[in-house]
Design a protein around this ligand. Sequence first.
Ligand code: BGC
Length: 337
Amino acid sequence: MINKSIFDNYNGQEIYKYTLSDDKLQADVITFGATVTALRVNTGDKWVDVALGFKSVTDQIAKGDYMGAIAGRCANRIEDGKFTLNGVQYQLATNNGTNHLHGGMEGFDKKIYSDSTEEGKLLLRYYSKDGDQGYCGNVDFTVVYSVEDGALNIEYRAVSDKDTLFNVTNHLYFNLNGESDGSILDNMLSINADSYTPDRPNLIPTGELASVAGTPFDFTVFKAIGQDINADDEQLKIAGGFDHNFCLNSNHAATAYSVKTGIVMDVYTDLPGVQFYSGNFLSGNVGKSCYKRNSGFCLETQKYPNAINQPNFPSVVLKAGEKFVSKTSYKFTLRNK
Ligand code: BGC
């Protein structure tokens, strides 16, 4: 089912909220940032909202931490906002120290999308002009959301009229205990990755694919997110917790569950990486609840950060006229508590 209502008015423009639902899951999605503002899971006796989010567009912009929004054109960091493509040097907007993060000052998380529906799916479209945040090429971008059998399905479609970079993600923060619980440290997690990409102190990958074996980054078997988060490990110190790209072994990227609610979330993607971020920079902003450090975690499916400057990482170049299509699903089920 799809239901449309008004979420907010921003700069004189109506921002709409769509609720996509089946008997297992309800997802609220707004036309600002193509942001998922709530994900309510049916646990049998009640609906539990597992997605952190804000109640207004102004709050989302001021305090948002990209919560539930689309990050793009290029998710995560590009070192110093610089890259060279087809022999031309580009300088992108820098909005995170000297780096470019999640598409720049006004990335895809802060755009207003046009909306339509088709066969039970929500299509949100944004036309990003040549030069937007320093990127080249006009990019016609659509994100398609649907809810089916307890899963939030996300499909990204894009086409550019010039060679450009493209690597979008959805930046949902989860707490499977419920978004108001305050801590994800007891959420159980497994990530289907034998290696990850360590960072330099500026959170740009060194380029190495390091084995997770014997390190706090080994999530190949379930463990609580908090189990090793304070271990004496250089990489955890650099990021203040987990904030790293994991190199996926297969399209079943990760599984998380809550012992308190019994909610299980499986993440599927056709992308090669997932950024596991333990909400280290959350600092008490008030949205639907108050979100402190570690009150939400992200599993942002993506190509690896700063890939354009790392020849050994999978390419993020989108060729002129080529159709970009990629799918990610967050599927919710229940286990015995
Ligand atoms: C990044 C974090 C960043 C956060 C912003 C994550 O994808 O990896 O370093 O602080 O997004 O909300």
